[in-house]
Design a protein around this ligand. Sequence first.
Ligand SMILES: *Cc1c(COP(=O)(O)O)cnc(C)c1O
Length: 382
Amino acid sequence: MTDFPYRLRLPGPTQVPARVQAASAQPVISHRGPEFHALMRGVQAMLRSVFGAAGPILLFAASGTGMMEAALANVLGPGTRALIITNGQFGERFAAIAQELGGIVDPIEVPWGEAVDPALVEARLRQRGYSAVIAVHNESSTGVVTDLAALGRITRNSATLLVADTVSGIGGIPLEQDAWGVDIVIAAAHKALMCPPGLGLASLSAKAWGAIAEDHGVPRFYWDFRRCRDAAAKDETPFTPPVSLVMALAEALRMMSDEGMAQVLARHRRCAAALRAGAAAIGIENFTRTASLSDTVSVFAVPPGLDGGAIVHHLYEKHRTVIAGARNRLSGKVIRFGTMGEIRSDDILTDLIQLEETLAALGHRFSRGASTAAAAAVLGPP
Ligand SMILES: *Cc1c(COP(=O)(O)O)cnc(C)c1O
C-alpha cells in the first residue's frame, strides 16, 4: 500500500500524513475513561486556537454536510428567515438544507467565482430581520474566500446570527471566530486538518448559545448542540465518538502546532501561489479573477477545446494522481486541486510536471517546462 503510487490531490479528503495515520491505528479506548478525557482536553485546547474561539468545540461523527445541516437544525425552524449567500455549490447546498428544514430562504445570489460584497448583506439586513446570515468561508467549487470579518461587523450588534462553513478553510486560511464575530462555525477534519473522513466540528459564540436557549431550531436529538456542549464540559461527547479519528485529529493538531500556525498558513499561501503561477505559465488560468482567492483550493478554467473531465481522467490513468473536476454547472469547465494539509513544494512541482504531460497528451500547446520554472520562482530555494 505504501508504495502504491496514488496521489490524493483533491480539495478533500486530503492525504493523511503517516503520523496521523499511525495515531488513528492505536487501540481504541473507552470514551468514558480517563485516557479519553485527557485526549479530549488536549484536542479542545488545540482546536480553540485553530478556531480562534474561547468556547468548547463540539465533535460529531459526521461529514461536512452533516455539520451544515446540524448548524441549521439548531437555529432555523419552520418559518424562520435566513439570508443565504450563494456564490457556489456549497452556498446552494446550504440553501437547499435550510429549505428542507422549513426555513424561509432569501438567497443573495452572487455570480460563481465572485465574493459577496458585504454592503449587499448590510442592505438586505436593513430591509428586514433575519434569524441568520449564512455564508461559506472557503467556497471549494470556485476557490473564493468570503470576508467573514466584514460580515461579522454587520451582524455583531444585532440579533442576527452569522453562520459559516469553513470545512475546506480551517487550518489552511486564517480564521478568528471570536475576533470576527462569527456565531456558528462548522468544519470537518478531512480537509486542511489532514484526518481520514468522518469527524465534524462546530463552535458557537455566546450569542449563538443564547439564541439556541430560546429553543430555535427543528426537533433534533443527536444533532442538538446543547447536549454536545454539556458533554464537552465533562471532556466527553454525548454518544460514542469516532475515537480513532479523535486520536488522528490530536496528532494532526500537534503537527500544526509543532510547525506553528503562522508557518502553516504561510506554507499554504506559498504552495497555492506557486501552483497558480505554474499553471498560468502554461496557459491554464485561474477560474476567477477575484482578489479573494483561496489558499486551500485552486480552481482553474479549462482552456477552450479541452475537457476538464479528460484532464482529470488522464491524470488518474497515467499518473494515479486524483484531482477534482466539478459535479455542478461547471462540470467539464474547471479542474480543482487541493493545496492544503501536508502540502509541500515537491507536491506542487509534481502536480505541474504531471499536468504538463497530461495537457501535452491532450493537444494543448505551451512551452514545456515553463510551469515548474514559474512555480519554483515562487517557492524559493528548496
Ligand atoms: C467538502 C466541503 C463540505 C462537506 O462535504 P462532505 O462531503 O459532506 O464532507 C462542505 N462545505 C465545503 C465548503 C466543502 O468544501
